[in-house]
Write a new protein. Structure first.
Length: 526
């Protein structure tokens, strides 16, 4: 792997050439190890079309693919990419004319394409998907249904336990069971498909069952299309970015698709018409694996192999050693903060103060929130000032927009809404229904934000100078129904004055008068 001068930013391209599609990811990697996505591109190339009878790539498929890869390479280089990491999977892996195709790619597209094994493909898919979700200590199953193969992995946040590559791709199975079929698919044909999947996957299923992983993630166009169809047809709504699909929903979608001829299948709401001919084979793979592994629901992921290539690159050449030990959430928050050039030391100190205030307020029975809300407060505190990257004026509003739209990995939409609203209300106004950032939250989330934003306001004021003068801060109650804030540290008069601005918000929220006491017992109240 080439070395890079990490004192300047540089652009890297990642190209994933699959049996059905070619995907390009272009990123700019900054000196502080944060990265920004420049563009993501995907084109259907059907490289594996007509291959599986004799394991030979067909001339027309190669022409299409080389053209797309050449355009992707030109786009990457025009964007300043100094390196393009390109890998090919099942279709090229199994092809008898692999060498001919790779030589043409090198000569006509100036791409040095590396062919990876099925297990390496599975490992990279695991890295790409797992690095974008928050698993905690849970085991999960990862299923990626490509055109030529299906990659299956069981693992947790930090490592995989088992991985395999099965010859169960959607194009491969379509050519095997439904070559040239344009009519509806009979129950008998679909049952034969499922039986083939069951027998092919039996050993992996046996190995995976002891891990008792009922959380599952599906990547690839097959899963994306099936969840999209379910949203449109069953629930009559637009698909969400992170959809879920239950077994009953999948069964209903499969029944609909099998009953339709190909041309009608192309018109089903939510489907990609170019995938209509292979979607039933892909659905059979997913449904059978969900049945055999007793998965009640699968979560759709828009991450995959190309994201795994990026993660693998960062871990090997870019990331600080400490980054490897951080959770998905911590890494994504830190990257966003660094992209926005935040004051990292100040953000960490405010987060520490805010969580200490949270703990002592809970001990005083001022709130009954738990560890989940405490964690969200910490992330909001880390990001509360990132809006200054745009301008200090209205930086709370800019920060809200960044958090809501930065695709922070490992968080669901509710969590991002709470974090963003907490950051928004860390200064000036107390949240009310007239604020759209607050009104769009449900009742429970609104109550959480009211508590968290007040704690964040106080913590931020306690590091007003960004000098870390306040070392400790805790709430306690006295007999006069006052809320005392004990502050320890150096001469921090400016910080203590800043806290006074939040007295009315504290009284409105907790129903107690706030009294600030520093380490020298100076009571700032009249």
């Amino acid at each position: 792997m080439p070395s890079h001068n990490t004192s300047t930013d540089h652009v890297i391209g990642f190209l994933d050439l699959g049996t059905n599609s070619a995907r390009l990811l272009l990123v700019r990697i900054n000196p502080n190890h944060a990265y920004t996505v420049i563009t993501q591109q995907k084109e259907t190339v059907r490289l594996g079309e007509g291959e599986f009878d004799e394991n030979t790539l067909q001339p027309e498929a190669m022409e299409r693919t080389i053209l797309v890869c050449r355009k992707f390479g030109e786009l990457a280089r025009a964007s300043g990419a100094g390196e393009i990491i390109a890998v090919a999977t099942s279709a090229v892996r199994d092809a008898t004319n692999q060498r001919e195709f790779l030589e043409r790619l090198n000569a006509e597209a100036q791409l040095d394409m590396r062919v990876i094994s099925g297990r390496e493909e599975a490992r990279l898919i695991y890295q790409g998907v797992a690095s974008g979700v928050h698993l905690g200590n849970k085991n999960a199953l990862f299923i990626d249904i490509g055109g030529g193969s299906a990659e299956v992995i069981v693992g947790n946040q930090h490592a995989y336990h088992d991985l395999d590559s099965l010859k169960l791709g959607a194009i491969r199975l379509t050519m095997l069971f439904m070559p040239g079929e344009t009519g509806p698919i009979s129950p008998a044909r679909y049952a034969a498909l499922q039986q083939h999947v069951r027998s092919t996957a039996v050993r992996f299923v046996q190995r995976a069952r002891p891990f008792d992983a009922h959380l599952a993630f599906g990547s690839s166009g097959t899963v994306e299309n099936l969840t999209s169809i379910a949203a449109r047809v069953i629930h009559n709504r637009r698909p969400l970015r992170h959809e879920t699909l239950t077994q009953p929903e999948l069964r209903e979608v499969v029944s609909l698709l099998c009953a339709l001829p190909l041309e009608e299948r192309r018109k089903v709401p939510g489907i990609n018409p170019d995938r209509a001919d292979i979607i039933i084979a892909g659905a059979a793979v997913l449904e059978t694996l969900m049945q055999e592994l007793k998965l009640p629901v699968i979560h759709a992921s828009d991450r995959g192999l190309r994201d795994g290539l990026l993660v693998d690159y960062l871990l090997r050449t870019e990331a600080l050693p400490a980054m490897k030990e951080l959770s998905v959430r911590a890494q994504s928050v830190l990257r966003l903060g660094r992209i926005c050039n935040f004051d990292e030391r100040h953000a960490a100190h405010v987060a520490q103060l805010a969580m200490t205030l949270f703990d002592s307020a809970r001990e005083c029975k001022l709130h009954h929130l738990g560890s989940w809300e405490r964690e969200l407060l910490g992330w909001a505190a880390q990001l509360h000032d990132i809006g200054t990257f745009l301008s200090y004026a209205n930086h709370h509003a800019h920060g809200y927009y960044f958090i809501r739209n930065a695709d922070l990995l490992g968080f669901d939409q509710m969590e991002l809404s709470i974090i963003a609203a907490t950051a928004y209300f860390h200064r000036k106004v107390f949240p009310r229904q007239r604020h759209p950032e607050f009104a769009q939250l449900d009742d429970r989330a609104q109550q959480i934000v009211r508590v968290l934003c007040v704690l964040l306001r106080i913590a931020e004021s306690l590091d007003r100078s960004h000098a870390g003068l306040v070392e400790t801060a805790r709430f306690r109650l006295d007999g006069n129904k006052r809320l005392l804030l004990d502050v320890g540290g150096q001469d921090c008069q400016l910080e203590l004055w800043g806290v006074k601005a939040h007295e009315s918000a504290v009284e409105k929220l907790f129903g107690r008068k706030l009294v600030v006491e520093d380490g020298f017992r100076q009571d700032l109240q009249d």
